[in-house]
Design a protein around this ligand. Sequence first.
Ligand code: NAD
Length: 361
Amino acid sequence: MEMKIGVIKGDGIGPEIVDEAVKVLNKIAEVYGHSFSYTQLLMGGASIDANGVPLTDETLQAAKECGAVLMGSIGGDAKTSPWYKLEPSRRPEAGLLALRKGLNLFANLRPAVLYEELKGACPLKEEIADRGFDMMIMRELTGGLYFGKRSTQEEDGVLTARDELAYNENEIRRIAKRGFDIAMKRRKKVTSVDKANVLDSSRLWRKVVEETAKDYPEVALEHMLVDNCAMQLVKDPAQFDVILTENMFGDILSDEASMVTGSIGMLASASLNETKFGLYEPSGGSAPDIAGKGIANPIATILSAAMMLRYSFDLDREAQAVETAVEKTLRDGYRTADIMSEGKTQVGTKEIGDRICSYIV
Ligand code: NAD
């Protein structure tokens, strides 16, 4: 298979961690007989330095011409970087928002996996951590409360603020469909999270999700209220496969799920649109405090590349090979500094990338 991949190395540790993910992709190409070509794209601080803006129209167009984009993190130290003396619309993060909008990325996917080898970092009770968990949070990214009308005004002498939470059935249907598609590639269970006992938008959400489910008879669907879901994530996370939810609930629940894994440097993410196209990036930031030291953990970026293979290119076997290689590397005791524990072998960014490649045969 021939694939054109856009690469945004980004700022801070971005170039170091992306280089390792590309190394792993090249190993996959070699072992499985694919041809990957890479288009280097500038976004964030690197684009400000080169072009004066965090994202150019040409870069957005070039990204659209790729099958998928792999990205490191962008941004710098807010206190010391000159990028943060610019007005907000010209700062690095504005480039990311413009890229997501320009590519119509409405579905955000964040896996939360508790690795057997990293169970010690899980903040949950031992008997809960022992059961392990492997879930995918699918969050609607371009609608709901964060994109609704808002206002603050004085009414009868009292300052009053309003934020509108609106969803139409088409917005719900396209994310629901994506959620069921993802479940079909996993353990075939969808937990749709809403607040249908109170909100009209949630009642419509539930209705459309139920309609969509009819096209996926193999997938088990359950509904859960968001307050209950927040509790269940710490009480019994093993019950979840795909959690499908709207923007604000997903924002909060995905951070909660990340925290219970105990290791943010391991967490991948993807943002998808209606086609197979996706933007794949680690959940963490650009870590300017450790940039250039060769100690950053590239695993979240490598696992993001695995998601790209699975969701944009339908290369499930290859994605699984990358995930298995990561697990074997951890099992053999290799750790970067952020996930280091007693009795393990500490290695740098490049060394852990090499170890992971060595397991792809
Ligand atoms: P951060 O995630 O960059 O760093 C928080 C802590 O985690 C730091 O101690 C850092 O060293 C550590 N860390 C993060 N990723 C790591 C990795 N892969 N390996 C080892 N250690 C790692 O968060 P921050 O310091 O709040 O933000 C730094 C910059 O990143 C800011 O400019 C912020 O806006 C940006 N940011 C970008 C994205 C993105 O590109 N999507 C996301 C979050 C933050």
